[in-house]
Ligand binder design. Structure first.
Ligand code: ATP
Ligand code: MG
Length: 576
C-alpha cells in the first residue's frame, strides 16, 4: 500500500447520494471525469475485471463465443432499423472529418445481425450465440449515482440466432439460467420480473432486478401466485363491461371553481344524492407525443381520478415515441382545452386521440369535465356518451391492486436493473434480411435474441447490497484482494518483516494479498481497511511479540487469534 496508486477520502463526495457511490469514491475505486463518466483506479478495476470474468465464464459455459465489436459505428445500420432516430437524445451522434454521421454504440443488435448475414449461409451453421464485454455509450438524461447509471459503461451483450421458435426459446432459457448462475456467484439478491421490451422491440422479455431501495425501477409481486413484473409491464386487469341500458342520463352541472379532483369530489358529495369518491371521477390528462420522424401529436388520457399518472408507465406505453406533459403554451394554442374542466367530448370532437385506462370499460359512468369553465358532467357513460380510441397503461400501480392473474394483491418494491433478456423475434433479421439456406433448400429467416448484463453497474450494485456504515465489504468472488495484511506499527522492523514474509507466503499459496506497509497510524490503517472492504484482514499487532496475529472477517465481523505460522494454512483452507 505504500506504493499503491490509492488515496482514500475522509469525506463523502458532494455530488453523491447513494451509499455505493460515496464509498466507491471515498475508497479510491473510481474517480469522476464528467457527469456519468468515470475512471477506474487499481482497486476498482480489479473488482470490475473479476465481475467481468464471472460473466465471461458463465457465458462460455452455455457455448456463447466472445468477440469484440467497435463502439464507434457508422450510421447506416441504425438507419436501416430506424433506431438512428428512435433512440432519441440518448444516442451519442458524431461526424467524422468527411462529414459522415457516426455514433457511439448504445447496444449492438444491428451489428450482430449484419455479422451473421455476412458470415453464415447454411442452416448447418445454426444455432449460434455471440457475445462481447464492451464499453457502451448512452447520453442518459439523468446520469446518476456514479457508475450505477453512467453515460459510458461496461455491458455484456450477447445475441443468439436460431432457425425456429423452439431454438430461440432454448437460447433464451440458456441465458436465463446463465444469468441466475452469474448473480448467485456474485452474491446479488435479485428477482426476475416480466418486462417491456422498450426501444429494443420484440416480444417476450424479462429483467433481473437487484433488490435495492435506491433502485430506479419499481416492481410488483403477487405473493399468492408468484407473478412478478416491472410496473412498466403490468397489464391492468379490465373489469367486465356492464349493461348500458337503464343507466341515468348524463347531466351537465355548474360546479363552480372545481379544477382539481378533491374540489370536484367535495362539490359532488354536497350537490348529488350519493356518496362520491375520487374513483368515480374521470381525470383527463393531456400529453404531447413526439414520434421518431419528429412529428408531434397531442393525446388525451382518461383515468380514474384516484390514480396519478406513472410517468415511466406512460413512457413505456409510447415507446419508441417520447412523451411529455402538455405545457401552458400548448394549452393556449388549443382553445378547446379548458384546463381543469377537460372532458372526452371536446377531445373526440377535435380529433385528439383519446386513450383510457383499462378500468374505463363500457357501461361505467363517470363525473368528468364538460369542456367549459366551471362545468362538469355527471353520469357520462363509456360506450354510450363517448367511445375512446383505445386503452393505455399509464395509471400508477398501487400496493393492494389485484394481480393481473387475478390470484391476489400486488406488493411493490424497488430494484436496480442488472440484466435483461429479450426474444427479439425477426425485427432485426427482417431489417437486414438475414437468411440462411434451410434443410429443404429454401431460405430461412433467422430469429434473434438479445441479452444484456450491466457489468460496471454490478460493481455498484454489489457495493450497495454489501456495504455497512464503515465501508465496503466485498464478497470473496469479486473482492479486489482476498487478504489485507495490516502491520499496525509500521515502524516496528520485526513486525514489518513478518508482514512481508506472510504476504509472500500467502502469495505463493495463491492468495491475492494487499500489504499495508505504510508508516501511518494504526487507527488510519484500520479505518482504511474497513473502508476498502477486503474480506479478510490479518492484523500484526499487540500479540505479535507472542507470535499471534488477529484474523478479521470483514463480512461477519468475526475476529480470531491465530499463531502467525498457522495463518497460511488457516486462510488457504478457506480459499483466501
Ligand atoms: P435502464 O432501464 O436502467 O436505463 P435499459 O433497460 O436501458 O436500462 P438495457 O438496454 O436493457 O438497459 O441494457 C442491458 C443492461 O445494461 C441493463 O440491464 C443494465 O444493467 C445495464 N445498463 C443500461 N444502462 C446503463 C447505464 N446507463 N449505466 C450502467 N449500466 C447500464
Ligand atoms: Mg433493459
Amino acid at each position: 500500500m505504500s506504493s499503491l496508486f490509492l488515496r482514500t477520502l475522509r469525506d463523502d463526495p458532494a455530488d453523491a447520494e447513494v451509499p455505493s457511490h460515496k464509498l466507491l469514491v471515498r475508497a479510491g475505486y473510481v474517480r469522476r471525469v464528467a457527469p456519468g463518466v468515470y475512471s477506474w483506479l487499481p482497486l476498482g478495476l480489479r473488482v470490475l475485471r473479476r465481475v467481468e470474468n464471472v460473466v465471461r465464464e458463465e457465458m462460455n459455459r452455455i457455448g456463447a463465443q466472445e468477440i469484440s465489436l467497435p463502439a464507434l459505428l457508422p450510421r447506416e445500420p441504425y438507419e436501416v432499423t430506424g433506431r438512428w432516430s428512435e433512440y432519441g437524445d440518448a444516442l451519442f451522434r458524431l461526424k467524422d472529418r468527411k462529414g459522415a454521421d457516426m455514433l457511439l454504440g448504445p447496444t449492438h443488435e444491428e451489428l450482430f445481425a449484419q455479422l451473421i448475414k455476412s458470415e453464415y449461409t447454411s442452416y448447418k451453421d445454426l444455432p449460434v450465440t455471440l457475445y462481447q464485454i464492451q464499453t457502451k455509450y448512452r447520453d442518459e438524461e439523468r446520469p446518476r449515482a456514479g457508475i450505477l447509471r453512467g453515460r459510458e459503461f461496461v455491458m455484456k451483450d450477447s445475441y443468439s440466432f436460431d432457425l425456429d421458435e423452439g431454438g430461440s426459446k432454448a437460447s433464451y432459457d440458456a441465458h436465463r439460467e446463465a444469468y441466475q448462475k452469474i448473480f448467485a456467484r456474485l452474491g446479488v439478491r435479485y428477482v426476475i420480473v416480466a418486462a417491456t421490451s422498450g426501444a429494443m422491440g420484440g416480444s417476450a422479455s424479462e429483467e433481473f432486478l437487484a433488490e435495492s431501495e435506491v433502485g430506479e425501477d419499481t416492481y410488483v409481486r403477487c405473493l399468492e401466485s408468484g407473478y412478478a413484473a416491472n410496473v412498466e409491464a403490468v397489464v391492468t386487469p379490465a373489469p367486465p363491461a356492464r349493461p348500458i341500458e337503464g343507466l341515468a342520463e348524463a347531466v351537465v352541472y355548474d360546479t363552480g371553481s372545481t379544477p382539481t379532483i378533491p374540489t370536484l369530489v367535495d362539490w359532488a358529495n354536497a350537490a348529488l344524492d350519493r356518496t362520491v369518491t375520487a374513483a368515480d371521477t374521470l381525470k383527463n390528462i393531456l400529453v404531447k407525443v413526439t414520434h421518431a420522424d419528429g412529428a408531434t401529436e397531442i393525446v388525451g388520457i382518461g383515468l380514474p381520478g384516484d390514480r396519478e399518472v406513472d410517468l415511466k408507465r406512460l413512457e413505456a406505453s409510447f415507446e419508441p415515441s417520447s412523451v411529455a406533459l402538455l405545457d401552458d403554451a400548448d394549452f393556449a394554442a388549443n382553445a378547446f382545452l379548458v384546463k381543469g374542466y377537460i372532458g372526452p367530448k371536446a377531445l373526440l370532437a377535435n380529433e385528439v386521440r383519446y386513450l383510457v385506462d383499462p378500468r374505463v370499460v363500457d357501461g361505467t359512468a363517470w363525473i368528468t369535465g364538460a369542456d367549459e369553465q366551471g362545468k362538469h358532467v355527471v353520469d357520462l357513460v363509456a360506450g354510450r356518451d363517448f367511445v375512446a380510441d383505445g386503452t393505455i397503461e399509464a395509471a400508477q400501480v398501487r400496493d393492494g391492486d389485484l394481480s393481473p392473474d387475478g390470484r391476489g394483491p400486488l406488493v411493490s418494491a424497488r430494484g436496480i436493473e442488472i440484466g435483461h433478456i429479450f426474444q427479439l423475434g425477426r425485427k432485426y433479421t427482417d431489417a437486414f434480411e438475414v437468411d440462411v439456406l434451410g434443410e429443404n433448400g429454401k431460405p430461412v429467416r433467422l430469429i434473434q435474441g438479445s441479452y444484456g448484463v450491466g457489468v460496471s453497474r454490478l460493481v455498484a450494485v454489489i457495493a450497495e447490497q454489501t456495504h455497512d456504515e464503515k465501508g465496503l465489504a466485498w464478497p470473496r468472488e469479486v473482492a479486489p484482494f482476498g487478504v489485507q495484511i495490516v502491520v499496525a506499527n509500521g515502524k516496528d522492523a520485526a513486525a514489518a518483516a513478518a508482514g512481508e514474509q506472510l504476504a509472500t507466503a500467502l502469495d505463493s499459496a495463491g492468495a491475492e494479498v494487499l500489504l499495508d506497509d505504510r508508516k501511518a497510524s494504526p487507527g488510519v490503517k484500520f479505518k482504511d481497511s474497513e473502508l476498502l472492504g477486503v474480506p479478510t484482514t490479518v492484523v500484526i499487532g499487540r500479540s505479535f511479540s507472542n507470535g499471534v496475529v488477529e484474523v478479521r472477517d470483514r463480512i461477519t465481523g468475526d475476529v480470531a487469534e491465530i499463531a502467525l505460522d498457522e495463518v497460511v494454512g488457516h486462510l488457504i483452507g478457506e480459499r483466501a
